[in-house]
Write a protein that binds this ligand. Structure first.
Ligand SMILES: C[S@@+](CC[C@H](N)C(=O)[O-])C[C@H]1O[C@@H](n2cnc3c(N)ncnc32)[C@H](O)[C@@H]1O
Length: 184
């Protein structure tokens, strides 16, 4: 599908851990303690303020994404993800595979989410994709056999608790780990 929002990523390493082909998103929802509303001009200005001054490409991408989201505002639930994830996941259609994705959030959360809080009995096994700082998920860190080459601010991308790549916190590059985990 063509989108006005383009994400440019320099990819290093071989073989993505999966070959998803064309993915159809059946449903989606987000959870945040303090969701920002793209239809509220104050919230839009706040989001724009958070982009560092010299990052013109990010600002342009943000503005394009805001315009897209204003045309079809996303479903965002206000609350603590630990309290609300199970209930939000239960709203996803049972014919679809549930994918839980988070980036740069668990560092702020005292209780770590656990797959059992959002597994559903009537559908396929959920997929958990995490992009968090190096030490944020101890189970993922314990499985790392490589160290990042860049800065401590780099993140680890994990698939179902298994590290599969290092990546830049704000996007831009991704380095697949050797022999990344594959889903059985
Ligand atoms: C660094 S921002 C990352 C936002 C987004 N994931 C991204 O990568 O652009 C962290 C976000 O986590 C949210 N947050 C912090 N604690 C949370 C919690 N317990 N439950 C849900 N959201 C939380 C904050 O409101 C904030 O929007």
């Amino acid at each position: 599908m063509h989108s006005p929002v383009k994400l440019r990523v320099d990819v290093e390493g071989r073989a993505a851990p999966a070959e998803p082909g064309a993915v159809t998103v059946a449903w989606r929802a987000g959870i945040d303690l303090n969701p920002l509303d793209v239809t509220n001009p104050d919230d839009v200005r706040w989001l724009q303020t958070l982009v560092w001054p010299e990052q013109h490409e990010r600002l342009q991408r943000l503005n394009t994404a805001i315009a897209l989201a204003q045309a079809d505002p996303p479903r965002i639930v206000r609350g603590d993800l630990n309290a609300r994830l199970g209930e939000v996941a239960a709203q996803a259609p049972s014919y679809a595979t549930l994918v839980v994705f988070h980036t740069a959030v668990l560092d702020y959360v005292l209780i770590r989410i656990e797959p059992r809080s959002w597994s559903r009995s009537n559908s396929s096994t959920p997929i958990w994709i995490a992009q968090e700082g190096l030490g944020v998920l101890p189970g993922v860190a314990a499985r790392l056999r490589q160290q990042p080459r860049r800065t401590p601010a780099d993140t680890v991308v994990a698939l179902d608790h298994h590290p599969v790549a290092f990546s830049a916190l704000h996007g831009g590059w991704l380095r697949w780990l050797d022999a990344p985990h594959r889903r059985p």
